[in-house]
Design a protein around this ligand. Structure first.
Ligand code: MGD
Ligand code: MGD
Ligand code: SF4
Ligand code: MO
Length: 738
């Protein structure tokens, strides 16, 4: 079946993609939030030992670190000078890792909730008691209802091992990673369907003549080596085109900023492509060689004249033409950025398909400046779990006959619906490992309802966050600075530099504090108590790492001696497109009755008196995970709501006014924030940083600061092809307080 092929391709490409992270040896200009040089105060790090092998996880880009350690205490983090990825640069959050490590609010001991879910009363218990409870409760649920009565909500490195245990050994299909269903899964599936590759962010911006960003607020979205490539491209003279309803950091650097009407990007992409086709300004030879279904595609997008898109997107037709001409004049060396957080409106697969088709139409694949497939290090057996790469294929997925192009795992909404309704089967056990479902998922009430009907909720975390309030047993995981749980590997990003690859296993920089334990130990102990002791693949995190490295002929000790990173010769990835087919028309999609050519699906407009609520990143935080970090919350204590200056004047709002947000369903924000009046946002929208408005009082530095955007996302949109959540279909008005 076509979809099987697609999923196999995904697994194949996902493992390649995991090993293909951009790098640049050349230091670039500092961007907002990026610290170029270590900020060493003279003399303050005397008598410290430099410990190598750190891999950051303040976000998921995983820059390579060294730690300055004295008497077993970490004093400072720096980029690993051996890194050919981030080099000595870390972003503000990466530097802030030290403050996370010693945050007094962190989880220290296993805890049992003797109060209610959502209103916990914690009792400190021993590991033995905690593990006995987890093992017996989860086993009882599996015995009574079967393996699929367990749901797993993982995210991040430390969640991979437990996720694999529950998915492969216990055998539940109900696994939903935030990175897939609320982030980039739509992109990966749309690109695999169109170009047969999962793109990651492997777009060669450093060598591009034009960089084209749809959303992607680079500079606020901070991933160090990715920013290096982007800034290097700009330094070398690339033209920058930014589609964003807001004057983002990227828009401020743009040659062409398009303050597009939210939700209409696909219309504009279709008009650009139609113009290129009609005027034969596309890569004709490339399309002839690699394209499939081009005629149907060309005929299908014919209705998308510049004028029609101009009206839909509220952008001058001349500007759309200008962008199309700029792309045509510089093809194939154009970086059409595939985006990362793409779960916007519930029609996002189509926008990502359109971006992939535009990339193909311009021949911008495996060429300088285009979408490339870097060739990563060989021999590594997966990145964490010795036995598998990615999610299982053979599981029984009764809920699967919808969203046929869903990323690996099960769409979150299907799991929530099943748990609440008990159909098609009961879901009574919940494992939450590194996912703050309360802030990460839209429809908080639904998440809470799901959690409340569980027989047992296990949560492993490093902090007491909003989701940990719903745990029955709360386990203190080691942070990324105290454990071995991931191998970061990558290859050349700036292809004009030397071709090299690297392998950087995460090694603990300090011993775990208090009673914290790592994911392998915790999972194994639960596995034994559930009756799977004989299926345990490795006894320790170090053994897990050793098994993965074995295939590449490496050991942790050898890499430690090499400075924490193994570097080897690589290959230039240009001109390697033998795998390539550009499915302008997708028979696979047609077979399942989804639009077979990229199609614009309009979104609902804001009701009178309301503005669309948009959100994004601050360079100083990662979602909610860094919000309690004493250094970072000090620098960015609140998420002001951006309001257009004309609108503010009409509403009588001034800069700094305190407001509450109320959405279209009458849901009010629990907390307040301040107004930021600016011409840098469209009149139909407001904007705020995601991750604020923590309600857990145990987060003493951040509780109640700012507004939680997720609490206002009560209208849920689902992307039909993938089942992923659309998060930008909610509307708010601002109510002045005081
Ligand atoms: N500092 C920091 N950096 C991070 C993270 C973090 O938490 N903190 N998280 C990382 C992760 S996991 C991800 S996925 C990425 C996310 O970062 P991106 O992938 O860049 O996220 P986007 O949603 O594309 O970008 C948000 C921008 O989209 C604009 N926008 C909103 N609606 C529309 C629309 O309809 N059309 C267009 N064209 N633009 C629109 C917003 O105004 C905003 O400027 O960031 C990564 N980098
Ligand atoms: N409204 C709204 N929703 C969004 C987004 C948005 O911009 N707006 N962004 C979406 C995107 S792009 C993404 S990627 C997701 C992110 O979604 P999440 O990954 O859920 O976001 P985080 O805030 O990082 O929360 C992760 C949890 O993991 C914990 N944690 C951190 N390190 C460790 C560790 O080592 N071990 C364990 N066990 N736990 C750890 C944190 O304390 C926190 O409780 O959110 C998505 N949802
Ligand atoms: S971009 Fe910043 S937070 Fe993310 S891994 Fe790198 S240093 Fe850490
Ligand atoms: Mo994300």
């Amino acid at each position: 079946m076509a979809m099987n092929l697609t999923r196999r391709n995904f697994l194949k490409t996902a493992s390649i993609a995991a090993a293909s992270v951009p790098l640049s040896r050349v230091a670039a200009k500092a961007e907002s939030g990026v610290v170029k040089k270590p900020l060493a105060a003279p003399g303050s790090f005397k008598n410290t030992k430099t410990v190598v092998g750190g891999v950051c996880e303040m976000c998921f880009w995983r820059c390579q670190l060294v730690g300055k350690v004295r008497d077993g205490r970490l004093l400072k983090l720096e980029g690993n000078p051996k890194s050919i990825d981030n080099g000595v640069s870390l972003c503000a959050r990466g530097n802030g890792g030290v403050a996370m490590l010693y945050d007094p609010d962190r989880l220290k001991y296993p805890l049992k909730n003797v109060g209610k879910r959502g209103e916990p009363k914690w009792e400190r218990i021993s590991w033995t008691e905690a593990l006995d409870i987890c093992g017996s409760k989860l086993k009882a649920i599996v015995d009574q209802h079967g393996a699929k009565s367990i749901a797993v909500f993982p995210h991040g490195s430390s969640a991979k091992y437990p996720m694999d245990f529950f998915e492969r050994t216990v055998g539940t299909p109900n696994v939903s990673e935030a990175s897939f269903f609320q982030c980039r899964g739509v992109r990966d599936m749309a690109y695999i369907t169109t170009l047969e590759i999962a793109p990651d962010e492997n777009v060669d911006m450093a060598n591009a003549k034009v960089i084209f960003l749809t959303g992607s607020h680079l500079g606020e979205n901070v991933h160090v080596s990715h920013l290096k490539g982007y800034l290097k491209g700009l330094e070398r003279g690339a033209k920058l085109v930014v589609l964003d309803p807001r004057f983002s950091a990227a828009a401020s650097k743009a040659d062409i900023w398009v303050p597009i009407k939210p939700g209409t990007d696909t219309a504009m992409l279709l008009a650009i492509m139609n113009y290129l086709v009609e005027n034969k300004k596309y890569a004709v030879d490339f399309v002839e060689e690699y394209g499939e279904g081009f005629e149907q595609f060309a005929a299908g997008i014919k209705e998308w004249t510049l004028e029609r898109a101009a009206a839909e997107c509220e952008v001058p037709a001349a500007q759309i033409k200008q962008i199309a001409d700029l792309l045509a004049a510089n093809m194939p060396n154009v970086a059409i950025h595939p985006g990362r957080h793409v779960t916007w409106y519930g029609n996002d697969f189509q926008r990502e398909r359109a971006l992939a088709c535009l990339t193909g139409l311009l021949g911008a694949i495996d060429v300088k400046g285009g979408l490339v497939k870097p060739i990563g290090p060989k021999g590594l057996k997966g990145t964490n779990w010795p036995q598998s790469e990615g999610h299982g294929e053979g599981n029984l997925r009764e809920m699967e006959d919808v969203h046929h192009f869903h990323p690996p795992g099960t769409p979150t909404e299907l799991i929530r619906d099943a748990a609440i309704s008990g159909q098609p089967y009961p879901i009574k056990g919940c494992v939450i490992w590194g996912q703050n479902m309360i802030q990460t998922l839209p429809g908080q009430e639904k998440t809470i309802k799901m959690l409340e009907q569980m027989d047992f909720v296990l949560c492993a975390d490093v902090m007491p966050t909003d989701v940990t309030m719903y745990a029955d047993i709360l386990l203190p995981d080691c942070s990324y600075l105290e454990k071995y749980d991931y191998i970061k590997s990558g290859t050349q990003w700036d292809l004009s530099a030397e071709h090299q690859q690297y392998i950087a296993p995460r090694m603990a920089l300090v011993e775990p504090g208090f009673e914290r334990k790592d994911c392998v130990w915790i999972t194994n102990e639960i596995a034994k108590r559930m009756g799977y002791g004989d299926k345990i693949p490795v006894a320790s995190q170090e053994e897990m790492m050793a098994k993965v490295l074995e295939g590449a002929g490496l050991t942790l000790d050898k890499i430690r001696e090499e400075g924490g990173i193994h570097i080897q010769p690589g290959e230039a990835p240009y001109g390697k497109n033998d795998y390539l087919i550009v499915h302008f028309f997708s028979e696979d999609l047609g077979e399942y009755e989804y639009p077979a050519i990229p199609t614009y699906i309009p979104v609902e407009p804001p009701p009178a008196g309301y503005m669309r609520m948009l959100y994004g990143r601050t360079p100083l935080h990662t979602f909610n995970r860094s919000i309690n970090n004493p250094w970072l919350i000090h620098e960015a204590p609140i998420n002001p709501v951006w309001v257009n200056d004309k609108v503010a004047a009409r509403l009588g709002l001034k800069n700094g006014d305190t407001v509450r947000l109320v959405n279209q369903d009458g849901v009010e924000s629990r907390t307040t924030t301040v107004v930021k009046v600016t011409p840098g946002i469209r009149e139909d929208s407001v904007y705020l940083y995601h991750g604020y408005g923590t309600r857990n009082k145990e987060m003493t530095f951040s509780v109640d600061k700012g507004v939680d955007d997720s609490s206002l996302i009560t209208k849920i949109a689902i992307d039909p092809e993938t089942g992923a959540h659309g998060l930008r279909n909610n509307f708010v008005k601002l109510v002045k307080v005081g």
